[in-house]
Design a protein around this ligand. Structure first.
Ligand code: SAM
Length: 348
């Protein structure tokens, strides 16, 4: 096997590293970690300058018919206080977000049967008509291809669907039997086929995850070649069976961000709220490791604490304007700036 520096260099050249080579990079020491970070930061600047894109996240429902074992809003959690936003609530979030300079709205929710295709299409059409200069991103989980097509035809541009893990056995440990990796992957390819800008992703440090699994995630992502990749640490939720598992580490999450930035130089890579939850400067560290997107919350403060995927989630008490201001200061503190832009992916 080559030296770590040679492996980093081959990754930079766009070579396809083997699974054992990727494992070596993932498990490498802190010196290699810094080498990866510095290169990832350089590549981020070469492709996106010092611009950081913001997305206004609207968590519009925490009802969910799925039962992902790690997730606080899983159907089986009977202690979860459920809510859903109305059409008017959602439009109000967009209006507030537009004022604050957001040009992408992300509609995220559990798989809530109340939001039929008709209801979703009505929301998407209304946002599209009112905010023609904005991108609409959906994150609604697994749907039939026809539903994805209807949402696209109504004006949605992007879809986030984390694959969660590219290893079927690992997938089966995180989900009940009726949820399969096969269907998750089919959904991602359907979305891409329809013409969406697609985002996949995974949790770092999820229960039972190995370095080999993470290498498989990298190989899967290289093959899919998505426009966005959402990764963040797993954080346990007290009302799930994984309550006693340790959270994913900051160190490994940052390393995975850097590897992804080097592997797909033009991809959009968010510094996630979960990263900010495990470290008070997590978002800033994520950007310095290669991330170039932040997704602050636009949901009404009254419901934020109820969208609790994991424990101790940050930024659940502040108004959208406060969040926007706080984020701006954090991003300026590391020599970057938030831009008012749709922020489309350059990875086509
Ligand atoms: N229902 C949609 C879906 O499945 O894609 C969107 C909402 S889902 C809650 C969004 C993401 O939250 C999941 O893809 C998962 O990776 C992440 N998530 C859930 N539980 C988590 C936990 N305990 N720690 C960290 N991230 C978590």
């Amino acid at each position: 096997m080559c030296s770590m520096t040679e492996l980093v260099e081959r990754l930079r050249r766009g070579e396809a590293l083997s699974k054992p080579e990727l494992v070596a990079l993932i498990e490498g020491d802190d010196e290699t970690g810094e080498e990866l970070r510095a290169l990832a930061e350089k590549i981020r600047i070469e492709n996106y300058g010092h611009d950081i894109y913001v997305r206004g996240l609207i968590e519009f429902s925490n009802y969910c018919s799925q039962n992902c074992r790690y997730c606080g809003i899983r159907a089986g959690n009977t202690d979860c206080m459920r809510y859903r936003l109305s059409f008017d609530d959602i439009m109000h979030c967009c209006a507030e977000g537009y004022e604050l300079g957001f040009r992408t709205f992300v509609l995220q929710g559990g798989e809530d049967p109340y939001f039929t295709d008709e209801r979703m299409c009505a929301i998407i059409t209304a946002i599209r008509e009112k905010y023609q200069d904005c991108a609409i991103t959906l994150s609604l989980g697994e749907k039939p291809r026809e539903s994805y097509q209807r949402f696209f035809d109504s004006g949605a541009d992007r879809y986030l669907l984390r694959h969660e893990t590219a290893n079927p056995e690992h997938y089966a440990k995180l989900h009940p039997v009726r949820q399969t990796l096969e269907n998750r992957v089919r959904c991602l390819y359907n979305l891409r086929d329809i013409g969406y800008q697609v985002g996949c992703g995974f949790m770092v440090g999820s229960p039972f995850q190995t370095s080999e699994n993470l290498a498989e995630d990298l190989l899967f992502i290289r093959e899919l070649n998505p426009q966005m990749i959402g990764i963040g640490p797993f954080i346990p939720h007290a009302q799930t069976e994984f309550r006693d598992f340790p959270p994913g580490s900051l160190r490994l999450t940052l390393r995975m961000l850097s590897i992804l930035r080097i592997m797909l130089p033009r991809v959009l890579l968010p510094a996630t709220t979960a990263l900010a939850t495990i470290d008070s400067r997590g978002r800033e560290k994520g950007i310095l490791a290669g991330a170039n997107v932040v997704m602050p919350n636009l949901s009404p403060v009254s419901v934020r604490k109820k969208y609790q995927l994991y424990d101790n989630k940050v930024c659940t008490g502040e108004e959208s304007a406060q969040c926007r201001f706080c984020l701006e200061q954090r991003i300026n503190s590391i020599g970057c700036r938030i831009v008012t832009d749709r922020g489309d992916s350059k990875n086509r």
